[in-house]
Design a protein around this ligand. Structure first.
Ligand code: NAD
Length: 397
């Protein structure tokens, strides 16, 4: 319900999260990404009806924007965000999704948002019914969830994911983004339950459940493609990422891609995992070591003219790998790689050198920590050009 109350909203950062967000700023952030896509050539022969699971922030939002505004796709978005309540602003993804809907509808694109738990059977049923009623079928399903927990729809167990190494203690440099200090962090290895629980949250089972539900409802078009996102990165992050609890879950995602591909093969459908580059999102800010790595990576990639954020990555993914008469180029493990520029040898060598040198004293000079902070604030709608942050705004949009 709309109220007339207006207020001035300022960022309030707590650790790796900002607990406020700015509605006008979030709208400007969405507009900025739409403008980028519109400045590029259209994505020819792109999908026309798309389901994006995890569509409100980060890579999922950028996928939705790239396909709606690059390929003219009708989209259904599923996300889990808080509306404004008790004088507190909504979460950024809520404002992003409202802004997306406004801009997409203005272009005559069908747009539907589902705010709730994507892991539940009820959400899958509701979405399938809506596709059947409004779109008939979807020809692309983007799976871009990042969540700290999952209530299992079949046994009710609540699984929590952990970001921990496996088998050995991990000590490395990390950046305390709040205090702006480089310090060592030591993380004890995960126990067995933490490994399996993380797999239950971030592994492939829910992706499979979605495709099974869509297929059973008859709402997946012949030749449909589905893609889920993963990360590999450099060896400094492997103990906490690739070889850690989250890495096991991501390996499961790759196994699931093969299962889903087999399921869809008779109708020429396919499932792929795309390895994306490291970018500033709410999910990546929460991973120890990663914000420091991103600050150094951004410095190097900007200097080399290779910098990309979510929207540049997702436009490139769809424009050069899936559509425009292109076929995905797969690595030896069958994955799409849009982390190719990040992983270039010259880029990684330069980052590695800076990694050894970086301290609290020189972080501002040798890394792009400023860029990191700017991007982080933008996730919550702060620091966007043209937005008057002194003006009171309505929390309801
Ligand atoms: P993000 O935090 O920006 O987005 C997560 C999305 O999931 C949001 O839309 C959120 O609303 C939604 N979500 C979370 N729990 C949900 C639930 N229970 N029900 C419905 N929606 C829910 O994260 P991101 O960084 O864009 O990550 C998306 C994917 O990309 C992940 O698989 C991540 O591992 C992968 N990835 C991220 C990076 C990176 O650097 N950020 C790099 C490579 C791959």
């Amino acid at each position: 319900m709309s109220t007339m109350t207006t207020t001035v909203i300022k960022p309030r950062i707590r650790g790796f999260i900002c607990i406020t967000s700015h509605p006008t700023g979030c709208e400007a952030h969405v507009q900025e990404q739409i403008n980028y896509v519109k400045s590029k050539p259209p994505i020819e022969s792109g999908p026309k009806k798309v389901l994006v699971i995890g569509s409100s922030t980060g890579y999922g939002l950028a996928s939705r924007i790239a396909l709606a505004f690059g390929a003219g796709a009708d989209t259904i978005g599923v996300f889990f965000e808080k509306p404004p309540e008790g004088g507190k602003p909504a979460t950024a993804g809520y404002y992003n999704s409202t802004a997306f809907e406004k801009f997409a509808k203005a272009e005559g694109l069908y747009t539907k948002n589902f705010n709730g738990d994507a892991f539940s059977d009820e959400m899958k049923e509701q979405v399938c019914e809506t596709i059947k009623k409004d779109l008939g079928q979807v020809d692309a399903v983007i799976y871009s969830l990042a969540s700290p927990k999952r209530v299992h729809p079949r046994n009710g167990t609540v699984y929590s994911s952990a970001l921990k190494p496996i088998g050995q203690t991990f000590t490395a440099k990390t950046l305390d983004t709040d205090k702006e200090l480089i310090k060592d962090i030591t993380i004890e290895p995960a126990n067995g339950a933490e490994v399996t629980d993380t797999l239950a949250v971030m592994g492939g089972e829910d992706w499979l459940f979605w495709i099974e539900a869509l297929k059973k409802a008859g709402v997946l078009a012949p030749g449909a493609m589905t893609v889920a996102y993963s990360y590999i990165g450099p060896s400094v992050t492997w103990p906490i990422y690739r070889d850690g609890t989250i890495g096991q879950a991501k390996k499961d995602l790759e196994t699931t891609a093969k299962k889903i591909s087999a399921m869809l093969a008779h109708e020429n459908g396919k499932a792929l995992v795309s390895i994306n580059k490291a970018v500033v999102t709410q999910a990546s800010s929460a991973i120890p070591v990663v914000p420091l790595y991103i600050s150094l990576l951004y410095k190097v990639m900007k200097e080399k003219g290779l910098h990309e954020g979510c929207i540049e990555q997702m436009y490139r993914l769809f424009a050069t790998q899936f559509y425009n008469s292109k076929q995905p180029t797969l690595d030896s493990d069958g994955r799409v790689r849009v982390d190719d520029w990040e992983m270039r040898e010259d880029v990684q060598q330069a980052v590695q050198k800076l990694w050894l040198e970086v301290t609290s004293e020189n972080i501002r000079d040798i890394s792009d920590f400023e860029g990191y902070k700017t991007e982080f604030l933008k996730l919550f709608g702060f620091g966007l050009p043209g937005v008057d942050y002194e003006a009171p705004v309505s929390l309801d949009v």
